[in-house]
Design a protein around this ligand. Structure first.
Ligand code: HEC
Length: 289
């Protein structure tokens, strides 16, 4: 929810509408209105002054007119030069002396803007090659791609780690691919009480059909997570992540009927594993039940 609010606030800022402070916004509007009013006043005063000038000193206005025209002409000339345009009066000097069916050709010089563009592309290419391919100061497309992929990979791993930890006793399912990782968790934490192959010791045998707290994966996950503190089974909630508990639970399910040496005598009640067993369903989804 807070994330959502944040994005809406950000959006308003991105649109640039309002500062979030009403009084400040009103002040800005008032300032704009005042500035327009001042501008209008200045224009009116200017017009009045010129009317007075026209009556008292008409020669000043005329002079002004002349310089205006001159400035316009010189601006036009430099513009033409930039565009490479030559005045019509010079056309006869530009004609190339061949003619086909009365059509002759002008030898117009390449305009300055075009040459400037052309040479700047060449300069750009040289600078580009030096920066990206000779000195390696900048990252080229391939390096940028590799970097982006690395970043994405990190983000993906973070996401997957998080997703794996969203599991709890109501959503956990047997997963063949987790058995190996679960075996490592088991070897590191559980063998002291349940034996190297789950045959039992201080804790019960985990390979037989007899269970004190249920033998389906959801029951196992629950027992491992919350433990049975007054009977000596540790609650693993604080030590293992939900992902690790799911892994070790899949491992324990994979131990069913493995008949290890020196099994501890059965404890609890015999469990008839669910017909649509999670283990079978996960490994053989095509099987007709
Ligand atoms: C300190 C010894 C000890 C350790 C370490 C231990 N357990 Fe246990 N575990 C027990 C005991 C004792 C019980 C039986 C609890 C009872 O009598 O209710 C038990 C019960 C269980 C059960 C339920 C068995 C049933 O019959 O319902 C499971 C599943 C289990 N442990 C898994 C694990 C896993 C997985 C680990 C390692 C992450 C682990 N245990 C580590 C002592 C231990």
């Amino acid at each position: 929810m807070s994330l959502f609010l944040n994005t809406t606030v950000l959006n308003a800022a991105a649109w640039g509408i309002g500062s979030g402070n009403m009084y400040q916004d009103i002040l800005v509007v008032v300032l704009i209105v005042v500035m327009f009013a001042l501008l209008a006043t200045a224009l009116i005063v200017n017009k009045a002054m010129r009317s007075i000038l026209r009556i008292t000193m008409p020669e000043v206005l005329k002079e002004e007119q002349v310089t205006k025209v001159k400035r316009k002409e010189s601006r036009k000339a430099s513009w033409n030069k930039l565009l490479g345009l030559r005045p019509i009066s010079e056309e006869k000097d530009l004609i190339i002396d061949h003619e086909y069916d009365g059509i002759s050709e002008l030898d117009n010089p390449v305009p300055i803007w075009f040459n400037a563009l052309f040479y700047s592309t060449m300069t750009f290419a040289v600078v580009y090659i030096l920066i990206y391919h000779v000195f390696g100061w900048g990252m080229n497309q391939h390096q940028e791609y590799v970097q982006e992929m690395e970043k994405a990979e990190i983000a993906k791993q973070e996401y997957l780690a998080q997703a794996a930890n969203l599991i709890d006793e109501s959503s956990v399912l047997f997963d063949e691919t987790k058995v190996a990782a679960g075996s490592a968790v088991f070897q590191a934490n559980c063998v002291a009480c349940h034996g190297g192959a789950g045959e039992g010791g201080i804790g019960p045998n985990l390979t037989d059909k007899f269970w004190l707290h249920g033998g389906e994966i959801k029951d196992i996950f629950k027992t491992v997570k919350y433990g049975v503190p007054d009977k000596g089974m540790v609650p693993w909630e604080q030590t293992l992540t939900p992902g690790q508990i799911a892994e070790v639970s899949s491992y324990i399910v994979s131990l069913r009927d493995t008949k290890p040496a020196n099994p501890k005598e059965p404890q609890g009640t015999e469990v008839a594993y669910q017909a649509a067993d999670a283990k079978a369903a996960a490994t053989d989804s095509t099987k007709v039940q």
